[in-house]
Ligand binder design. Structure first.
Ligand SMILES: [Zn+2]
Length: 67
């Protein structure tokens, strides 16, 4: 620990569309919401694609809503 505030490495969970229904990713997000975090949605890099990130939990994932 250096006591320096640095950007945490975010775990890339990949595409939400490819997660299993009982996957750890859904659990992570559920816990995140229960903790009241506000995940950051940075959408529309591409058509129908948005990115959701919570720095407190240290994850990031993409959602393809084109389907
Ligand atoms: Zn969170």
């Amino acid at each position: 620990m250096h006591g320096k505030k640095e950007t945490k490495m975010l775990e890339n969970l990949g595409w939400m569309n490819s997660w299993k229904q009982d996957g750890k990713e859904y659990k992570l997000i559920k816990e995140c919401r229960e903790k009241g975090h506000s995940s950051l949605d940075t959408g529309d890099n591409y058509r129908c694609v948005s990115t959701s990130t919570c720095e407190e939990c240290g994850y990031t994932y993409k959602i393809d809503s084109s389907g």
